[in-house]
Unconditional design. Structure first.
Lengths: 625, 95
């Protein structure tokens, strides 16, 4: 079983081919079987592979598959690499991925493009596995671009709606900007080391004197990571990406793909350990993103948009952890986040399902009794993300806060204060979501209310499993597990005795958010509206998402359009290119018209011309003899 | 001396082709040009004491005869149509 990682990667690809080529002909039952069966098989193989690697004492398992390109001394191999970090990632990707595939069989039932949906979803899984298992950055990059493609295809899955197709395009283009940075980083690394194998690069950096600026490479790679993981200033695509089917939001835009940036930073930790400036930048961007996204989430009214901003905010948390050197903690939060955010998104999908497609939480309310399983699982996941002990989110978030405060590699009081405020807001907006959706009076129309129903077993069972994992997932200490590979930073000795007070503060923050939401949205009504009225300007700015999209439109979009139209189209294309070609054509035509006049049918003129020709050539020959 | 004569005959023929309008005269002038060339050929052959030039002249004679054998019937057909020998009447034949 030496090619086990290859098998894990290729199984979903086989699913893509089967469903993509033959799915429509073979019917939905076959599509479900292949679409869910192969990811589950991949999960089983992943478990086997991880157990096997553990039995071998966690020596990284390298699976050389194929020599992609050999040109002189340059060679690029396709090889898979299974160590502690990729073990965690591969289990998350195949495990949560399989669950979401199962859920999709219920959610997408009856869609006319059922086979296409599963083909794309399997394709995504294939590329994601390529991303997390690739040994070389080049393989990682192929996966990186591939998940971007799958994300584009799935965001624009219902492409008949131009808005959704546009959201897909926006995601794709925004990611390209980040990818440019990633590519440059790869070029620099290859130039310096002659290899793109990530383990070798890490070793070279850790050995010291790598001959290339770690800060430069670190920042370039982080630009790529910030595109994929929706960090400021490239975060604008993720909220729009909610146009895709909800399970897609859960799988791609919450649990797996958007965390690829975090994985990249953790994977290349050898670089960042040597690049304090780049790490500081990551922490700063992560903190800013976490904070601003949380403030926006507080006022959003679309159930999926709240979760989208929450995802951006949580990704910010992960980057803060990575920025202060606690890579294992970043992966820990990635892992718990995959459970509770997938559960939240799938719960939201179940709510939307029950509400006949309605996503506006102002038109919900009082759903707790009507869809009890969805409600229960949603509350568990909410408590987990809010950081209420002993659920999974509490452990990972508390560790992030602790390292943001005390890490000797960039922890500070300011960072802690920002993240603590964000944690408070997280708890607040998540419980606000719960209150508006499930509690209080129903604000539904009678028509919608009549149709409210609990989702089928295929969906609720997945919700239950994920809620269970969100509840107990935190007891598996990922940072401890990863420590031999990703060492945790030292805590500043003077701050060590703050650990217990901060732990209590974390718990207090989570409950404060809960209490705040209960007070504002649970009370006799009107409190939320009064607050919005009192801070009208703030409310408007937050609802407008800080007008980042509008600013991009004004600063980049419109000048680009103007330059394209005025300079490139009118001057460049029409005047220069078309003008030159039309000019040549006109020259040819007028010259031809002139020569045509000579051919007038008079033999004498022809003879005269022959004479002139002879005389001219003889005199020429005479002179140059 | 003979070269000069051959050049003069050739030039005379060319001039005739260019300035005269009568088709038959033009044909005759073309023969004049051919003969000018023939004269130069035999002259060169004699000057260099080789036979090739003289042989070439016989070839030219054969070709010229064939050419006239084609050209005269063409002229006859043209004249049959319009009853004029002036070549300017036939400019509508241009391709």
């Amino acid at each position: 079983m030496s090619h086990l990682p290859t098998a894990i990667v290729l199984l979903p690809f086989a699913g893509f081919l089967l469903n993509g080529l033959a799915g429509n002909r073979l019917g939905p039952r076959f599509v479900s079987l292949v679409g869910c069966g192969l990811p589950i098989a991949a999960f089983v193989l992943a478990v086997l592979g991880v157990l096997d690697t553990r039995a071998a004492g966690w020596t990284p398992r390298i699976d050389d598959v194929y020599s992609w390109l050999v040109a002189g001394d340059n060679r690029f191999d396709v090889a898979f690499y299974l160590d502690r970090l990729s073990a965690v990632m591969v289990l998350i990707v195949t495990g949560v991925g399989s669950l979401i595939h199962l859920y999709s069989t219920g959610y997408m039932k009856g869609d006319k493009s059922y086979a296409r949906y599963f083909a794309y979803l399997n394709l995504f899984l294939f590329f994601m596995l390529l991303l997390v298992l690739g040994r070389s950055m080049l393989v990682l990059f192929v996966g990186w671009e591939g998940v971007g493609l799958a994300s584009y295809l799935l965001i624009g899955f219902w492409f008949e709606d131009p808005d959704k197709a546009r959201a897909g395009k926006k995601a794709f283009i925004t990611n390209r900007i980040g990818d440019a940075g990633f590519l440059l980083g790869m070029f620099v690394l290859y130039e310096a080391f002659g290899t793109l194998d990530m383990d070798r690069i890490n070793v070279a950096f850790l050995a010291g004197a790598p001959g290339v600026s770690a800060t430069l490479v670190g920042i370039l790679l982080f630009i790529g990571a910030s595109g994929k993981s929706a960090q400021i200033p490239l975060h604008v695509w993720l909220p729009d990406a909610m146009a895709g089917p909800t399970p897609v939001s859960a799988l791609i835009h919450a649990a797996t793909m958007v965390t690829a940036g975090v994985y990249l930073v953790a994977r290349m930790s050898g670089i960042y350990v040597n690049a304090p400036e780049a790490s500081a930048l990551i922490a700063a961007i992560g903190a800013a993103t976490a904070f601003f996204a949380a403030t926006i989430a507080v006022v959003q009214t679309d159930i999926k948009k709240v979760l989208a901003y929450s995802t951006i905010s949580q990704l910010g948390f992960m980057f803060v952890a990575a920025g202060v050197g606690a890579y294992g903690v970043a992966v820990f939060h990635l892992y718990t986040h995959a459970f509770f955010k997938a559960c939240l998104f799938l719960g939201a999908g179940s709510v939307i399902h029950a509400m006949s497609g309605e996503q506006d939480i102002r038109k919900m309310g009082g759903l707790a009794r009507k869809i009890p399983v969805t409600f229960a699982t949603f509350v568990v996941a909410t408590a987990a993300i809010a950081g209420i002990p002993p659920l999974a989110g509490f452990f990972s978030k508390d560790e992030i806060l602790w390292f943001a405060f005390g890490s000797s590699r960039g922890g500070s009081g300011l960072l802690y204060a920002t993240m603590a405020t964000t944690a408070l807001m997280t708890s607040f907006y998540m419980f606000r979501l719960v209150w508006l959706t499930f509690f209080g009076r129903s604000r539904m129309t009678a028509e919608v209310e009549h149709h409210v129903h609990e989702s089928p077993l295929s969906m609720t069972s997945v919700l239950v499993v994920l809620a269970l994992l969100s509840a107990i997932g935190g007891f598996l200490s990922i940072p401890h597990f990863l420590e031999p590979q990703l060492a945790l930073p030292e805590i500043v000795p003077a701050l060590e005795h703050y650990e217990t007070p901060l732990l209590i503060a974390s718990i207090a923050l989570a409950f404060a958010g809960l209490a705040g939401a209960a007070y504002v949205y649970g009370g006799a009504g009107g409190r939320a509206e009064r607050l919005a009225a009192r801070f009208a300007t703030l409310h408007r700015v937050l609802s407008g998402k800080y007008y980042v999209d509008e600013a991009y439109e004004a600063l980049i979009g419109r000048p680009l359009l103007w330059i394209s139209d005025r300079v490139f189209l009118r001057i460049g294309d029409r005047a220069l290119f078309d003008g030159t070609l039309h000019g040549f054509a006109a020259l040819g035509r007028s010259a031809a018209a002139g020569f045509a006049r000579i051919q007038n049918g008079s033999l004498h003129v022809y003879a005269l011309l022959v004479l002139i020709g002879i005389v001219a050539s003889i005199s020429f020959a005479w002179r140059h003899a | 001396m003979l070269i000069g004569l051959s050049a003069a005959i050739f030039a005379l023929g060319l001039l005739g082709v260019i300035v005269r309008r009568n088709v038959l005269v033009m044909l005759m002038c073309m023969e004049l040009m051919l003969n000018g060339v023939n004269l130069s050929l035999v002259t060169f052959a004699q000057q260099t004491a080789t036979a090739a030039g003289a042989v070439l002249v016989f070839l030219v004679f054969v070709v010229a005869t064939a050419e006239i054998a084609i050209a005269i019937p063409i002229v006859l057909l043209l004249v049959k149509r319009k009853n004029v020998l002036d070549l300017d009447a036939y400019t509508d034949l241009k391709g």
